[in-house]
Ligand binder design. Structure first.
Ligand SMILES: [Zn+2]
Length: 391
């Protein structure tokens, strides 16, 4: 039943309308998040003609993904018919993994988390024990319900085939196919992505369709980025697009990097590098969370190092912004909670970029918050399910 509804809905994926590339997931996302409750609101938010919106909505209703749920308040004309998502009890399962924890969720058919759980793990234990633990936790959340999609976010580079490629902080994972492992356990569309890519798509869900071209930077224990163009994740030829961590920065000097090179951004602006730098300067820190806490207390060793790291990140982002001309540069991850880190990066962007690129550039903290990765899994699982059904 689910497959047949997806097949009907797939007909409108990748449809071009009034110059904009659209997907059924965009309409589903707006309705599910409560940003749009009627055809008129969808038309306003998406900038499409009412007749175009009505046609798409009718296809989604016919395919069983949307339903009409009563009438809204009239603004002078006929009362609008309210729209809501219809997914029965089917769920999307998602797990966003970090080095020592994972945030997992069961989401409804529109990618909205219903149940969220935080679990602890040790990514250094290697892929099989970690994925077993995640699989068991997801099965528990699933509680026997049908699954529309399953997704995992990983804190390292992931190729298009779902294989982890040379991660800095995931010993034993390089070359492991997470997609194959998931496929053997979950019979559903699968999403296996780098965490920054997922957070970027979560940001797109949280901010709505007006945000179309942006760079998302995840600044946590590691540093990574993702690129979204015209509302779609840009993965590149092998899935590694946006990985800024191994771009060389002048201040990197001859600092050895996990990639075998020297002076990469990761050796200066990642949480791990900052912890090491603060310790070298005589500070007492264990992890990235300590850095954030001490920065808020105004600890001079921490604030000096964070400002310096923020400026180095800004140097790399200035090149990216000049090249890509995004609407926004959005920072997520633990270090994005430090205003002075963002301010230092912003300062360099204004210094180094062409005025036309920074005139309306939004540089700031993620709006999606800690659920960004899960929202991204929901969004990509819906896209993936529709694409699979169409093939
Ligand atoms: Zn490197």
């Amino acid at each position: 039943m689910i497959r047949s509804t997806l097949i009907s809905a797939a007909a409108i994926v990748d449809h071009r309308s009034e110059g904009a590339t659209v997907s059924a997931a965009q309409i589903m996302g707006l309705v599910a998040s409560g940003q749009a409750t009627s055809r008129a609101e969808l038309s306003r938010l998406l900038g499409w003609a009412p007749s175009t919106v009505s046609a798409h909505v009718q296809e989604l209703i016919d395919s069983g993904l949307l339903e009409e749920s009563g009438e809204g308040r009239s603004r002078g004309g006929r009362r609008p018919r309210l729209l809501s998502v219809r997914s029965g009890d089917a769920v999307i399962l998602g797990a966003d993994l970090g080095g020592h924890h994972a945030r997992i969720a069961a989401m409804d058919g529109s990618g909205r988390p219903q149940t969220i759980k935080d679990i602890t793990l040790d990514i250094a234990a290697g892929p099989e024990p970690v994925l077993e633990q995640i699989g068991d936790a997801l099965d528990e959340l699933r509680a026997g319900r049908p699954v529309l999609g399953t997704g995992i976010g990983l804190p390292g580079p992931v190729g298009l085939d779902g294989v982890v490629v040379g991660p800095s902080r995931m010993p034993g994972w390089s070359g492991f196919s997470v997609r194959q492992w998931l496929a053997e356990r979950f019979d559903s569309p699968l999403v296996v992505e780098n965490d920054a890519n997922l957070m970027a798509m979560g940001e797109a869900v949280a901010r709505g369709p007006e945000l179309r071209d942006f760079v998302f930077v995840k600044a946590g224990t590691g540093v990574g980025a993702a690129v979204v163009g015209d509302g779609r994740l840009h993965r590149g030829a092998r899935g590694i697009a946006g990985d800024i961590s191994h771009i060389r920065v002048p201040a990197g000097g001859d600092q050895p990097c996990s990639c075998g090179n020297f002076g990469c951004l990761e050796t200066i602006a990642s949480g791990a590098a900052l912890v090491a730098a603060v310790r070298r300067d005589g500070g007492t820190v264990e992890n990235t969370a300590d850095l954030v806490r001490l920065a808020r207390d105004g600890n001079p060793i921490v604030t000096t190092n964070l400002r310096f790291a923020g400026r180095q990140l800004g140097e790399v982002l200035a090149t990216v912004v000049n090249f890509f001309n995004p609407q926004a540069v959005i920072l997520g991850g633990a270090l994005a909670g430090c205003d002075l880190f963002i301010a230092a990066a912003r300062g360099v962007l204004y210094e180094r970029c062409l005025p036309l690129t920074t005139q309306d550039l939004d540089i700031g903290e993620s709006a999606a918050g800690p659920d960004a990765g899960l929202l991204g899994i929901g969004r990509l699982a819906i896209d993936q399910g529709l694409a699979l059904a169409a093939s």
